[in-house]
Design a protein around this ligand. Structure first.
Ligand SMILES: Cc1cc2nc3c(=O)[nH]c(=O)nc-3n(C[C@H](O)[C@H](O)[C@H](O)COP(=O)(O)OP(=O)(O)OC[C@H]3O[C@@H](n4cnc5c(N)ncnc54)[C@H](O)[C@@H]3O)c2cc1C
Length: 394
């Protein structure tokens, strides 16, 4: 088994990262090696949510990485967030998706569009890691076509009354607050969708069963049910009717984190294979093993390409107001790499790779989510092609 503080990779980030990024990565690796790696496998086997670990990570500032210090965050840049998700996923995919959903989906929309009161009430405890956040956009009939939302919100005095169901929500039951979409003005199509902050204890809010997933088994995924759920009027997030726009922009950021997650899983698979080959090949005649060395090279090149695109997208996010193309490209390539590299790693390690408790089999099962979540890769192709044509139009 590879040590999680050691990682062979083709250097492709020298021109991208500054010393502070390297220092952030090293400190995080040490933390994960001490606190996350030793408990990961047991939690996966028992589908146990890592609550205590998240509290520790919260105290270290990892749950509020991109948010300003005035809101309890660490005030770091999008590249640091990508490194956070890459490294946690390299150690433990479930931890990666929990953080990606908490930061990118459950907290970021409040940082972006919340008013001061909402930021103080919700963002501060989320950024400090005292509470966990979730995000409800997907519905049974509204996955790829998220504009087909049926959940409704009707104003009744000082409250919005929500009715509907959100499915596949990461951190469901574990999160305290959820950013959800609902139709406030049915005649206006997508311009009639608004965003709300819903606390799990609001009357009329309940959860469906926890999903039993192929991978990411220690993370929680479930259904949010709104049955005449009463949400205080002031919990409308941003402007009425702007929800669809907010949710699409949120996904632009989420795609970079899913790319980073895929990258971490691919790196994990590469690390495991390299740790085995370094013992078995370098002690013998290299040419006897060339058939095993070639796939290692392919994997390393794949990982380097994914890293370049994920970091490029993260840097674009800090430089430009719009990064739709870069985010979709990074998510698409990195998640394909995650599948390709982890699958190859399972094959290369043979029966050792197939065992449920091997790191490569876990990476392989976890990587599949990344080609689906935050928009499937078929949808990424549509986004990429549209964005390319848009640049020609401009
Ligand atoms: C583990 C996990 C965690 C998740 N976490 C969250 C979360 O926290 N919050 C949340 O809101 N959602 C979450 N999701 C939901 C996720 O975003 C959706 O699964 C995803 O958007 C795809 O939607 P769908 O599953 O309904 O697939 P569908 O939209 O039903 O698509 C099914 C298939 O049809 C294809 N397809 C659909 N439309 C087109 C088209 N126009 N062109 C080409 N092909 C098309 C798709 O590519 C796909 O292969 C999560 C999903 C998973 C698996």
């Amino acid at each position: 088994m590879a040590s999680i503080t050691m990682s062979p990779s083709i250097p492709c980030d020298n021109h991208l990262t500054q010393e502070r990024h390297r220092a952030f990565r090293e400190k995080l690796r040490t933390f994960l090696a001490e606190h996350a790696d030793p408990i990961a496998e047991q939690h996966e086997a028992e589908t146990r949510f890592p609550r205590e670990l998240l509290q520790k990570m919260g105290r270290e500032g990892y749950l509020g990485v991109p948010f300003g210090a005035q809101y309890g965050g660490a005030g770091l840049d999008p590249l640091s967030l990508a490194i956070l998700i890459e490294e946690t996923s390299r150690c433990w995919g479930s931890l990666g998706i929990i953080l990606a959903a908490h930061i990118g989906l459950g907290s970021n929309p409040i940082a972006m569009w919340g008013n001061e009161e909402q930021k103080q009430k919700y963002l501060v405890p989320l950024a400090r890691g005292e509470r966990l956040g979730g995000y409800g956009l997907t519905e049974p009939q509204a996955g790829s076509d998220s504009g087909a939302t049926l959940t409704s919100a009707v104003l009744d005095g000082d409250h919005w009354v929500l009715n509907g169901t959100k499915c596949w929500c990461t951190n469901a039951t574990e999160a305290f607050s959820y950013v959800v979409s609902a139709v406030t003005d049915p005649d206006l199509g997508k311009s009639g969708i608004s965003a709300f902050i819903v606390e799990k204890d609001f009357p009329g809010f309940s959860f469906g069963k926890k999903e039993d997933k192929l991978g990411l088994r220690a993370s929680a995924t479930g259904t949010l049910i709104f049955d005449s759920c009463r949400v205080p009027r002031e919990n409308l997030l941003g402007e009425r009717g702007q929800g669809f726009k907010y949710f699409m922009q949120t996904l632009d950021g989420g795609r970079i984190t899913i790319g980073a997650m895929s990258l971490g899983l691919a790196q994990c698979a590469l690390d495991e294979v390299a740790a085995v080959l370094v013992k078995e090949c370098l002690t013998a005649d290299l040419f006897e093993h060339e058939l095993r060395l070639a796939p290692l090279a392919e994997m390393a090149v794949d990982v380097a390409a994914a890293r370049s695109l994920v970091y490029e997208a993260a840097i674009t996010r800090s430089l430009r107001p719009r990064w739709t193309l870069e985010g979709a490209v990074a998510k698409y390539l990195a998640s394909e790499v995650g599948m390709r590299v982890s699958s190859k790693a399972v094959e290369m390690l043979g029966e050792r790779g197939l065992m449920m408790n091997s790191r490569v089999s876990r990476a392989f099962r976890d990587a599949k989510l990344c080609t689906i979540g935050e928009g499937t890769n078929e949808i990424q192709k549509v986004v990429i092609a549209r964005e390319l044509l848009r640049t020609l139009e401009a």
